[in-house]
Design a binder for this molecule. Structure first.
Ligand code: NDP
Length: 303
């Protein structure tokens, strides 16, 4: 077995995408006096969510966009949250709305997401955007799968005809990832916890996307030599007296077989926020009847 030829540097890729976002933002300001605005809503004080929201705010401002942060107590009622969404829907300075998930258990996340104006749904979770993506129409594409697709296109160019296996069928990663790969004319298999002989299914993949949430589940001998492996998983494991992050793929064994692989951390993770910023610029252009920046999104290819 030979060593993996390429580790896909998601950090560098995301930095490049953020630079392109910032260029578009500057152009929107200079040519049209428009500043894209992203509103992030955080309910409660989940520590991981706090970190995500803080990072989103920092990167939004660094890209030259306006960030609106709404931090609500975990006692917030459904009615109060819905009222805030209605207010953000009506605010012309807000082009993208993101509600940080998970919400506290007493809140109905589905109802909240579907109350967001679909044209401002930069997470792509509104049922209308889900349907548009599934039917191959222009939509808002969920950020994590979008980031994966941009990296795959960069690495492989035309994906048409390749065998793609997506392990995981969640609404936020697995299903939209599979839809995007189908849109690229891959032959797509979606695997999940009931899949029989998962190693054999994985071994058929030219493109293997792991979105499971199980540390290092996918081993090197599950991977077809030369395949491109995208590891979405973020798992915190204890390592002596520290904790560290690992993916769903056993990087050390997989890297000896794969043609290219994303590391964890530093692979898919950084792309997610960069794609959120890109989606906000896209939403802003659409809201103002301006051409969409074709280098920022996935959906333009099919539009
Ligand atoms: P979910 O828990 O919603 O879905 C996990 C999926 O994995 C399910 O479809 C489940 O199958 C499947 N699964 C579980 N166990 C197995 C198994 N033994 N064999 C095969 N399939 C299995 O997770 P998410 O999709 O939300 O997230 C997946 C991972 O990606 C997590 O580690 C998460 O932290 C990470 N993530 C990373 C992001 C990033 O920015 N990098 C963003 C979002 C998520 P079934 O449906 O049958 O139960």
């Amino acid at each position: 077995m030979q060593d993996c030829t390429s580790v896909i540097d998601g950090k560098a890729f995301a930095a490049d995408l953020r630079r392109r976002v910032a260029t578009h933002v500057a152009r929107l300001k200079a040519d049209h006096d428009i500043t894209p605005g992203l509103a992030v809503v955080l309910v409660g004080a989940d520590p991981a969510s706090e970190v995500y929201v803080r990072n989103k705010g920092i990167q939004t401002r660094e890209a030259g966009m306006t960030g609106f942060e709404h931090r609500l107590p975990d006692t917030t009622s459904q009615d109060d949250l819905m009222a805030l969404i209605a207010q953000l829907n009506a605010d012309a300075a807000v082009h993208g709305i993101l509600v940080q998930l998970p919400l506290p258990a007493h809140l109905d996340a589905g109802a909240v997401i579907n109350a967001i104006d679909p044209s401002k749904d930069v997470d792509g979770f509104h049922v209308l955007n889900v349907g548009l993506l599934a039917t191959g129409q222009k939509s808002m594409v969920p950020c994590t799968p979008l980031g994966c697709l941009l990296m795959l296109r960069d690495r492989l160019g035309d994906l048409s005809g390749l065998n793609a296996v997506v392990v995981g069928r969640s609404n936020i990663v697995g299903k939209p990832m599979a839809q995007l790969l189908l849109g690229e004319s891959c032959t797509v298999t979606i695997a999940h916890s009931r899949t029989r002989d998962l190693p054999a299914v994985c071994r058929s993949a030219d493109i293997l996307v792991a979105a499971v949430g199980r540390p290092r589940m996918i081993q090197g001998d599950w991977i077809k030599p030369g395949a491109t492996v995208i590891d979405v998983g973020i798992n915190r494991i204890s390592d002596g007296d520290r904790t560290r992050l690992v993916g769903d793929v056993d990087f050390d064994t997989a890297a000896r077989v794969a043609g290219a692989i994303t590391p964890v951390p530093g692979g898919v993770g950084p792309m997610t926020i960069a794609c959120l910023l890109a989606n906000t610029v896209t939403a802003c252009c659409r809201a103002n009847g301006l051409p969409e920046p074709a280098d920022l999104t996935a959906s333009q290819r099919d539009a």
